[in-house]
Design a protein. Structure first.
Length: 274
C-alpha cells in the first residue's frame, strides 16, 4: 500500500457523514480518544487552512516550555507596546504602558483570545524561537509563527514579518497538542488546560455537549474560516481530543453547525446520547 493509499484508508466515513449532516463545508477534522489513540478518526487532517486564533494555543505552550527551561519567568513584567494594539472581539484588559506579566499574556491569549496579548507574546518569545521549541519538544512539525494578529483591516504593521508566510497550525498538530495537554506530557500543561477550560467563546462545538461534559478548547475566526478544537471530558470521565477547521466565514449560523456536528459525533463515538 502506498503512503497516499494508507492516508486515504484512514479517512473516516463517520466524520464525513456527521459533517455533511451538520452542514460543515470543506472541513478538516481529527477525533482522538485520549486513552485509545489507535482509535482516532480523521478527515483531511493535513490540509493547509489558515489557523486564525487557534495559533494561540501552541504559542502559549511555547511560553510555558521556555519557562520550564529557565529562559523566561511567568511573573516577568514588561510594558505593553502601542505597536501591538489591534481590535478584539471583546475589549482588551491590557493597554499600552501596562506592565503585563507573561502569565497574564498567555491566559488572555487563550481564555479571551486577546490579540494584543498574542502580539506581545510574539515579541517576548520570538517567532523563530517559539516555532523551534514546539517542533522539537512537542512534535508539532507543521506549526510555525510568522505574523502578528490583526482584529481588522488594515493589518497592523509587523516589520519582522517576511512578507510571505502565514501562521501555520494544521488540524493534526492541533489535535496532538490537545492530547499532550490532556496527558500532562510537558511542563505547564495543567495550567494551559485550565486556561482553555475558562474559554469565554462557547458558540461552536460547546453547543453540542451533554450535561456533565466539560470542554477545554480554543476557537479561531475570520471572515474566511471558522474553527474550534479542544479536550472533551464526559461526565463519566471519558476524554477525547477533537479539532474541526472549516473554510466557512465565521457567522452565528455557521458556528451553530459545529454544535450539531459535536452532538452527532459524540453520540456515534460514545453511544450515550439520544
Amino acid at each position: 500500500m502506498s503512503i497516499l493509499e494508507a492516508h486515504e484508508a484512514m479517512e473516516s466515513p463517520l466524520l464525513r457523514e456527521c459533517a455533511r449532516r451538520a452542514g460543515l463545508l470543506r472541513p478538516a477534522i481529527l477525533w482522538e480518544p485520549i486513552a485509545s489513540p489507535g482509535e482516532s478518526r480523521e478527515l483531511d487532517a493535513d490540509r493547509t487552512i489558515y489557523p486564525a486564533s487557534t495559533i494561540k494555543t501552541p504559542l502559549a505552550a511555547a511560553a510555558l516550555l521556555l519557562v520550564a527551561r529557565g529562559e523566561r519567568r511567568l511573573d516577568e513584567r514588561r510594558p505593553v507596546r502601542r505597536e501591538n494594539l489591534t481590535l478584539n472581539d471583546a475589549t482588551s484588559p491590557i493597554e499600552p504602558g501596562y506592565e503585563a506579566s507573561l502569565e497574564e499574556l498567555c491566559r488572555y491569549a487563550i481564555d479571551r483570545s486577546d490579540n494584543v496579548a498574542t502580539n506581545e507574546l510574539f515579541d517576548r518569545l520570538g517567532r523563530e524561537r517559539a516555532s523551534a521549541i514546539v517542533r522539537a519538544e512537542l512534535g508539532l512539525s507543521a506549526t510555525a509563527f510568522h505574523r502578528k494578529l490583526s482584529g481588522s483591516d488594515p493589518l497592523i504593521a509587523d516589520p519582522q514579518w517576511d512578507g510571505e508566510h502565514r501562521n501555520a497550525h494544521p488540524v493534526r498538530d492541533a489535535a496532538r497538542l490537545f492530547r499532550l495537554i490532556a496527558e500532562r506530557a510537558f511542563p505547564g500543561a495543567e495550567l494551559l488546560e485550565g486556561w482553555l477550560g475558562d474559554q469565554r467563546w462557547n458558540d461552536k462545538l460547546s453547543l453540542g455537549l451533554a450535561p456533565g461534559d466539560r470542554f477545554a478548547h480554543k476557537t479561531g475566526d475570520t471572515s474566511e474560516v471558522t474553527h474550534d478544537g479542544g479536550i472533551l471530558t464526559t461526565g463519566d470521565g471519558r476524554r477525547a481530543a477533537i479539532v474541526v477547521y472549516t473554510e466557512m466565514p465565521s457567522t452565528p449560523e455557521n458556528n451553530a453547525r459545529f454544535g450539531v456536528f459535536m452532538r452527532l459525533l459524540r453520540h456515534e463515538a460514545f453511544g450515550d446520547l439520544p
